[in-house]
Design a protein around this ligand. Structure first.
Ligand code: GRF
Length: 190
């Protein structure tokens, strides 16, 4: 049994990566425990995993905060109360401020649906297809102040087929992501 670090997972949408991390964290040798789920979107479907797996959820309505600083201060308060030691961004659609990133320096990781440094930002699958790439994949990386640019922890790739569309590729890469995220977390703490 390892001494598990307390983790907060930040989501905005479906939370399928969140679930893959939770499932793995239920194993006794996994280095983190998902303590809290934080979202900027009160309608995020991923919040249901909080109920299913009995994990504290913090649905924060981004629009109800006047300034981004206030929103982030609220999150920092939650992280402090829950004694969070590492943050996993999993489909979290807000860009974190430099101040926030500095206050958790080196302890925030993210998953991105492309083989970084290719295709930072959105619409990654269509851009890979449009460029006639033969490989696609996902990257787990540390978060720094530049979007999708922090040190790479782990990548997984697959072949793009001739009849691929952005949505078929999205589904295939998402499956890879569910393997990559837990593997990257193990790697960090190994
Ligand atoms: C994933 O493709 C992730 O790489 C990207 O957003 C998507 C989130 O999917 N950042 P889910 O909410 O984990 O299902």
């Amino acid at each position: 049994m390892v001494n598990k670090k307390k983790c907060a997972v930040f989501i905005s949408g479906n939370g399928s990566n969140l679930e893959s991390i939770i499932k793995e964290s239920n194993k006794s040798d996994f280095p983190i425990k998902v303590e809290s789920i934080i979202t900027d979107n009160i309608n995020s479907r991923g919040l249901n995993f909080g109920k299913t797996y009995n994990i504290k959820c913090y649905p924060l309505d981004y629009k109800s905060f006047i300034k981004k600083e206030d929103f982030e201060s609220k999150i920092l308060e939650i992280l402090s109360i829950d004694k969070i030691e590492i943050i996993c961004l999993a489909g979290y659609m807000k860009i974190l401020s430099s101040l926030f990133i500095k206050s958790f320096d080196g302890l925030i990781i993210n998953i991105h649906p492309s083989l970084l440094p290719k295709y930072k930002g959105l619409d990654t699958h269509q851009r890979a297809i449009d460029n006639n790439d033969t490989l696609a994949g996902c990257t787990v990386h540390y978060v720094n102040e530049e979007l999708d640019s922090g040190e790479i922890i782990l990548q997984k790739s697959l072949k793009i087929s001739h009849e691929e569309t952005a949505s078929t590729l999205q589904r295939k890469v998402l499956k890879l992501e569910h393997l990559a995220y837990p593997e990257a977390i193990r790697k960090i703490f190994s």
